[in-house]
Design a protein around this ligand. Structure first.
Ligand code: ADP
Ligand code: ZN
Ligand code: ZN
Length: 732
């Protein structure tokens, strides 16, 4: 009997062997139900073989081989293998976590939920004689006859036979009399791609970017589309997607933020009305997600738009990958398999021999470095696409000399006032939600902290609550200082709620809207607000970085930035890069249409190189400065890093584990291992955290070292310590 090697969702880096009747190499990529200990669990067949290291008498039998959907394609299994190897994460976990929830259950996906597939008889099904089916099974007979006559049916046709026909169909599938066809309806006719609006005349920059990629449209290359805000990167994507559609191929488009999908989706749908597009993100119901996923797998969905998890969608006809806002850190998953969707997307494109486009106004230093090195090909869009839409004027308001009231300096208030008078919109950016970041006792300097995390509790005045933004813990507002009993405790510093309140008091007639994670909680809240902004029912927007990302606000003329100085002096070496990207993005919201824009930054450090670069819209200058600093300090992109992260109830246990791990590491000279240290966020959700940094000038050396070392770490584990490896970490 054949032996199948199965990927299971267990934290051990091995496949599990089972016996399975009638299984052939065709079944690689099929889901199976197998006994595991006392439980039945689901897994995926990764290999089919005839021998096993486990003695035949101890091999158990697979319980069920699913035939509800076609096998996962080999390219997707390769992608999982790559992630397992590169991130040193157990293959079974990688595979199972990459699948939609509905495919991780130990029951088949309901056929009825899978619209638009065709069901055809297999050779075995054709060989069945009608008389072999009991005369009492009328529905089965009818279904078999129907399939024989029609040569294939879709689920609607099956349902028309009888309400119970789908169940019979499911049975036929299990018996392997019927299979679902993978072949999507042919998409060759240009009429299908029919472009109702052909799009604007390209700017010279756009045109040369499109032409450059088009000339190599069927080759793998990583293109860095470096275009200032408002330069029309989306239009470049659209033109290239249209090329691919004409070839009958699929495009994967990754965006950092779920809120960005509806807007982009609408743009794509308007341009390509006849094309099947699916969007994949965490906001979908499990049924919607599996359906979208299956449409992609069948090759029917031509455009797959999604957040990072969409990078694991099966795409049999992948022809182009786009990663928009490639520098965004939300492409990196921060738990479980700590993958970077951007980097995985590049691997995918390479494997599919397709181009990948990384789009950004402020590329990550890694990508920028690769572009100036020639490893990536750089495309530049240097001017704004809309005629007469100049880049906004950026000015610093020195808050050392100018007094501020409730966070606002006099010139800033005046600028807001002027905007209101002109009926133009303005935006106040402050990257802190809540009312104030700190609750402080004025007599003894006590501050409210989270008992589970090494963080301060944020004051949410409206809800009369203190909240931890790291673990979600909430508590009532104390009436007096718990330490000294003084009642003079007060919020300190500013968050979005406080800024909103201050503005409401100063400009009672203005229509003010706050946009942060708290106000966006309700479903469709964002859609509604966007509409209000577009239709000019809003005068002042107050918000966090959610506002900054990619949105087009044509009536916005003033952007003001409060409290960004803290990030200038962070211990995180990536903080300046992030701050700059964030500020460029927010600044880029201003003056996108024909009204000119202005950006005002309140700062105590107006001469800081970061603000200077921002004033000149000079990404390159800052990138060069930061790269020089990174080179001197020996930071990425000049070195490659991995972190061994450990957490335990007591920091000592975590540190001890890391010390043992360091002791058994036989690192070659080119690989450097640092001392174990507590993490920057040294306590989170009640667990104390520490890490060990490993770095090397050679990615290959680092990877080789990690492979050998990883396999020895399991033996060091104790139940007290949880650990993970984080390759190319972004957080420390
Ligand atoms: P980016 O993503 O680069 O910041 P967008 O793609 O959002 O910029 O484009 C900014 C604006 O310019 C959009 O309103 C878009 O419709 C418009 N636009 C893009 N290309 C052109 C063009 N060639 N001519 C006129 N308007 C354009
Ligand atoms: Zn006190
Ligand atoms: Zn907390």
């Amino acid at each position: 009997m054949p032996i199948i090697r199965v990927a299971l969702d267990v934290p051990v880096n091995t496949l599990f062997d089972y016996l399975a009747q009638d299984v052939t190499a065709q079944d690689i990529g099929v889901r199976v139900c197998v006994p595991f200990g006392k439980k039945q669990v689901i897994g995926v067949i990764m290999e089919v073989t005839t021998h096993s290291l486990i003695s035949p008498s101890r091999l158990r039998q697979a319980t069920h081989v699913f035939q509800d959907i076609p096998p996962l394609p080999a390219s997707l299994l390769d992608l999982f293998r790559f992630c397992s190897t590169y991130y040193h994460h157990p293959l079974g976990e990688v595979v199972m976590n990459g699948l939609p929830g509905r495919l991780r259950r130990t029951k088949p996906v309901a056929v009825a939920s899978v619209a638009a597939s065709r069901y055809c008889l297999t050779p075995a099904g054709h060989a069945i004689n009608l008389s072999a089916i009991s005369a009492r099974s009328i529905i089965k007979r009818r279904l078999l006859a129907g399939l024989q006559e029609s040569g294939g049916m879709n689920i609607e046709e099956v349902k028309r036979l009888s309400r119970r026909a789908p169940a019979a169909l499911q049975e036929f599938i299990t018996l392997r009399w019927v299979e679902e066809t993978l072949i999507a309806p042919p998409l060759t006719a240009d009429s299908l791609i029919e472009i109702t609006s052909p799009g604007p005349v390209l700017t010279a920059d756009q045109e040369s970017a499109v032409n450059d990629v088009a000339a190599k449209i069927n080759d793998f290359n990583t293109w860095l589309l470096h275009g200032i805000t408002g330069s029309g990167k989306t239009e470049v994507y659209l033109r290239l997607i249209s090329l691919l559609l004409r070839q009958g191929r699929q495009t994967l488009v990754l965006v950092p933020e779920i809120n960005l999908t509806p807007q982009l989706e609408a743009i794509f749908r308007t341009r390509f009305p006849a094309i099947q597009l699916v969007s994949l993100h965490s906001g979908l119901t499990p049924g919607e997600r599996v359906n979208a996923w299956l449409q992609a797998q069948r090759g029917e969905a031509r455009i797959i738009l999604g957040t990072r998890l969409a990078v694991f969608t099966p795409l049999p006809k992948l022809g182009l990958v786009i990663v928009d806002e490639e520098q965004d850190t939300s492409f990196k998953q921060q738990e479980g398999l700590r993958y970077s969707a951007r980097d995985v997307a590049i691997f995918r494109a390479k494997h599919a021999n397709a181009p990948v486009i990384l789009g950004s106004a402020t590329p990550s230093l890694e990508s920028y470095y690769n572009a100036i090195n020639g490893r990536y090909l750089r495309l530049r869009l240097q001017s704004r696409a809309v005629k007469n839409a100049a880049l906004p004027v950026v000015r610093c308001l020195d808050t050392r000399s100018a007094r501020t009231k409730e966070g606002f300096s006099v010139p800033l208030i005046a600028a807001l006032e002027k905007c209101l008078a002109l009926h133009q919109q303005s935006l106040v950016f402050i990257n802190r939600r809540g009312y104030a970041p700190v609750l402080l006792c004025k007599s003894c300097a006590w501050t409210a902290t989270c008992h589970r995390c090494a963080s301060r509790l944020v004051v949410h005045l409206r809800e009369k609550q203190l909240r931890c933004h790291h673990c979600g813990h909430q508590e009532r507002f104390p009436s007096a200082c718990p330490k000294c009993g003084d009642q003079d405790i007060a919020p300190f510093g500013h968050g979005t709620q406080r800024v909103e309140a201050a503005l409401a008091e100063r400009f009672p007639k203005a229509r003010i809207v706050r946009i942060d994670r708290d106000s966006m909680r309700r479903k469709n809240a964002w859609q509604k607000i966007l509409k209000d902004i577009q239709e000019r029912r809003v005068d002042i927007l107050v918000g966090t970085q959610i506002l900054a990302k990619g949105h087009d606000f044509p009536n916005l003329s003033l952007v003001s930035i409060l409290n960004s100085d803290a990030s200038l002096f962070s211990t995180d070496f990536r903080a300046p890069e992030r701050l700059f990207a964030q500020l460029m993005q927010v600044a880029g919201r201003a003056g996108r249409a024909t009204i000119s824009g202005e950006v005002l930054i309140q700062t105590e450090f107006p001469d800081h190189p970061l603000y200077q670069a921002l004033r000149r819209h000079d990404y390159d200058a800052l990138a060069q400065t930061l790269l020089a600093e990174r080179k001197t300090a020996g930071f990425p992109p000049y070195v490659y890093q991995a972190l061994l992260r450990a957490e335990a109830l007591q920091i000592a246990a975590a540190l001890a584990f890391l010390a043992r791990a360091a002791a058994i590491a036989k690192a070659p000279e080119q690989v450097e291992i640092f001392d174990p240290v507590p993490a920057q966020m040294s306590r989170l959700k009640g667990m104390e955290r520490a890490h060990l940094l490993i770095q090397s000038g050679s990615r290959k050396q680092l990877q080789e070292f990690l492979s050998g070392w990883r396999s020895k770490l399991d033996a060091l584990s104790t139940h007290k310590v949880r650990w993970t490896l984080d390759v190319d970490p972004l957080e420390f």
